[in-house]
Each structure stands twice: as C-alpha cells, then as structure tokens.
Design a protein. Sequence first.
Length: 265
Amino acid sequence: MSVIQEWGTRWQVTFAPEKTQAMVVSRSPAAGPAVEGRLRFGGVPLPLQEAVKVLGVEVDRELRFNGHIKHIAKKASHMVSALRRVASFLDRGGKLLLYKAQIRPYLELAALSWMSCAASHTRRLHSIQRRALQLVDAADPPDPPAQFEPVSPLDSLEHRMDVAALVVFLKAQVQGVPHLAGIRQLPRITTRSTRTVLTSGDAVEMPRSRASQHQRTFVGRVSRMWNIFTAAVPHIQEMNTQSVKLAANRWRLSKPAPLMILVIL
C-alpha cells in the first residue's frame, strides 16, 4: 500500500499481489531456488516466472524476446487469416489500408526493444508480411486483367525498424533528449581516414562484445549503422528530425537487406 500526497489531497493506492510478476535474471542455476518463496508482496509469496510481460513486451530470464516474437507471430497470422476472409469484399486500397492499420502496427510494437532476436525468429514476421501483401496484390475475380494496377511495394519491416532506430539515435546523440541519455555513446576520436574506412565527425565509439546477442541489441547494432549513415549523409547537426528521417529512408533503400545484415551485425 502506498499513500501519495498531492495538492493537499491524500490518494491511497493499493497494489494487487496477483498482478505482480517476479523473475530472477542470473546465469547461475542456483539463483532461482535460492530466491524461491522468499519474495513477498503484501504478505503474499510471489512465484518465480520464466518470463514476464512489461507494457506488452515479453522477456524471459535470459533477457531474450523469443517468446514475444512467437506470440506476436501467432496473433498476426490469425489477423492475416481474418484479412483473407474479407479480402473478396475490399479493393486493393482497402486491403492495404486494413493491413497498415491492424496488422503492421502489431508486428512493430516496441520493435527497438526486441531487435536483438535472432534472424530465425524475425524471419517469421517477414513471412507474415509477405502473406498479407500477397492478399493485397491479388487481383479480384470480377476485375478484368486490363484494369489491374499493382500496388507500390511496401518497405520491409527491417527497413522501417532501421529508420526508426536511426531517428531515436539522432535524438540521443545530436538533440540530447533527456530521457534517451542512457543510450548516448561517446564520440569516436578519429586519427586518420582511408578509402576503406568511412569517418565523420558524428561517429560514435562502438561497444565491443564477443556475444552475438549483445551485438544485435539496440546500442550495438545502431552504433555501427549510425557510423555508416553519418559518413554517407554529412551535416547531420544542421538537419531536423524530419530531414534525417527522409535521408535515412533514401539511404536505407540504397542498401540491400542481406548486405545490411553483414555490415551491421
């Protein structure tokens, strides 16, 4: 129970133990049994869980998001099946609008937090988008072939995730947004430039780690991508957020997806 004093009025807030989650994050197999039964909330013991959900994102005791990807992939797959059932009643514009409004936001929910997932898990989300776009591009039976107008291709989920990550990194590195200070990286001190090593005044020091999972996290991945992006797009300091977003879209379109994975991971 917690009592909050605000504007002369006492507000009483009660926390429900049954809605409280507990999880032990440790490499030691003995850490869980050592804590089991000792955590209490309001006199009620809290059972330890293998995974907890925070603001709709599920993370397990190994700080992996594999379970979250499986959950949203299953839910999004059901949404695509629902889209298939109503596709015959909609034109291409209506099907595309329904995909953008109902399916794609679910696939991208808090994507920057679980971007450290292995490619084998994220490929499931890409396959769902391909299924949805096949429905969008499918010609309606009543329409003659001469009236078919292909829908412009949508950006991949990886493309949109990379652009969003660059914009967030811009707010942390250049604009100095206070709540993003935790991901701000030290500027790289450049000693020399060569033809094979691109440098810029906005480059940052990349965190070094031998763990592939850590290299795929936001700071590890986006630091590498940021250094390549700022070398190709100068004068970042003089650009506003919208200009950087447009530049990031153009830059990302010029990079094939397989090449980007090899470069930034």
